[in-house]
Design a protein around this ligand. Structure first.
Ligand SMILES: Cc1ncc(COP(=O)(O)O)c(C=O)c1O
Length: 415
């Protein structure tokens, strides 16, 4: 885990780490609803929000906006670990996934199937179902494993056929917190359907470990800025050359691979560069490498390691405070010793409604969130016969002291 001094430096780089402007002191375990925001993101955002100029003019301000956007595109690709293809920005992760799924479903050869899973967020599932109907393709949903709360290459192998035209994969579930071995799932799909268009939802994973798109062998990938230390109101998509030129909404006269619709918000690009700068700094605490990509990978490893420590403390206790494992009324979705867990623990307390648990935690100064059996979480909760659960989502800036506070409250709630 991070040393105390490094953790203090990390925490100092974010807004509202331990204090909510509306509620006062609190620990923030609601990162899957949106991460904390970097102070540098807010500064840069304020700067660019005030600039009246547009891109593509022959004046110094306009040149600077174009330079910032071009630099950010390089940063985005470095962050994702990819050299080819292109990155573009859209309204949200959901909007980007809808556009990519639509282009893939309508642009793929006629007939066949679109393959997804019950672990996915409705952003990919709803898009795939809608465009399958319009594009005359069959939507096939692979059930995820309820015990591990994840999905494996073997699960995909059972359903993929030579007619699988498009497949969607969620990299990490925002409900269970479990990651998916994207590379191995892609290999399983491509072994049977080599030309399948594969779209990955990386939105929950992006704040919990390095990305390596060049290794995944996919066609499109999406992250949401507000879930990875930046601000609301934009997401970033990467699209591979072959998917980039499938027919899609664009202005006449622009290149076949042009995806952006309308004037760019320079602050979206500039703030994403700040995310990459931050991860670069974090990585530099763990390596002397002069290579920026190496530093980003090291940052990813360090975040994973710190979060694994937080999860360990939550399960097994810390400083004499008993952990969830020793609270008999607590049930943790996906089990305690699940190697795929990424900083997130979803649980229920026998005999106590989840909403009451969340309220009690809030009153004790710990922010969590109740997930309900609705269109966001029903896919996970229904098979477990649960109506609700409590999502406790951590990030690398959280501390074991915060975990301890949470556990002490849980002990009395679950007594
Ligand atoms: C895995 C996943 N996919 C998609 C989304 C939707 O992202 P956005 O809110 O940017 O539309 C979320 C949001 O929580 C998510 O966790």
């Amino acid at each position: 885990m991070f040393s105390n001094s490094l953790l203090a430096e990390v925490r100092d780089r974010f807004h509202h780490v331990d204090n909510c402007p509306y509620q006062g002191k609190r620990a923030f375990f609601e990162n899957a609803g949106g991460s904390l925001t970097l102070k540098s993101v807010v500064e840069v955002n304020t700067h660019f929000a005030a600039i009246p100029d547009n891109q593509g003019r022959d004046n110094l301000a306009s040149h600077e906006l174009v330079r910032v956007i071009d630099k950010a595109r390089e940063d985005m690709k470095l962050f994702m670990g990819v050299r080819d293809g292109l990155v573009f920005v859209g309204e949200s992760g959901t909007e980007l996934l809808f556009r990519l799924v639509r282009a893939a479903v309508l642009g793929a050869p006629p007939g066949g199937e679109v393959l997804g899973s019950t672990l996915e967020h409705p952003a990919t599932v709803s898009a795939a179902k809608r465009w399958c109907e319009i594009g005359n393709k069959k939507y096939v949903s692979i059930p995820h494993n309820d015990d591990t709360a994840s999905i494996t290459p073997e699960d995909y192998k059972k359903y993929v056929t030579a007619d699988t035209r498009v497949a969607t994969i969620i990299q990490t579930s925002p409900v269970t917190g479990m990651g998916v071995d994207v590379k191995a799932v892609v290999e399983a799909i491509r072994a049977v359907s080599p030309d399948c268009y594969i779209i990955v939802d990386g939105i929950q994973h992006a704040a919990h470990g390095a990305l390596d798109l060049a290794e995944y062998n996919i066609d499109a990938f999406v992250v949401s800025a507000y879930k990875v230390f930046s601000k609301h109101n934009y997401g970033v998509a990467w699209v591979a050359p072959r998917l980039s030129v499938l027919p899609h909404d664009k202005l006449d006269g622009t290149a076949d691979s042009f995806w952006e619709l309308g004037t760019r918000d320079t602050s979206a690009f500039a703030t994403f560069s700040e995310v990459v700068n931050y991860l670069d700094w974090l990585g530099s605490q763990f390596t002397n490498s002069s290579d920026r990509r190496t530093r980003l990978i090291e940052a990813g490893k360090a975040m994973c390691d710190h979060e694994a420590g937080l999860v360990g403390a939550m399960c097994d206790g810390v400083d004499g405070q008993k952990g969830l494992r020793d609270m008999p009324k607590v049930f943790v979705i996906g089990g305690y010793d699940n190697p795929w867990r990424e900083g997130l623990v979803s649980l229920v307390v026998e005999g106590v409604p989840s909403a009451e648990v969340v309220t009690a935690l809030n009153q004790g100064g710990v922010r969590t969130h109740v997930r309900k059996n609705d269109y966001f979480s029903g896919n996970v909760l229904t098979p477990l016969e649960l109506e609700t659960c409590i999502r406790v989502s951590m990030c690398h800036y959280n501390s074991t002291e915060e975990v301890k506070t949470f556990l002490a409250l849980m002990e009395s709630i679950a007594a």
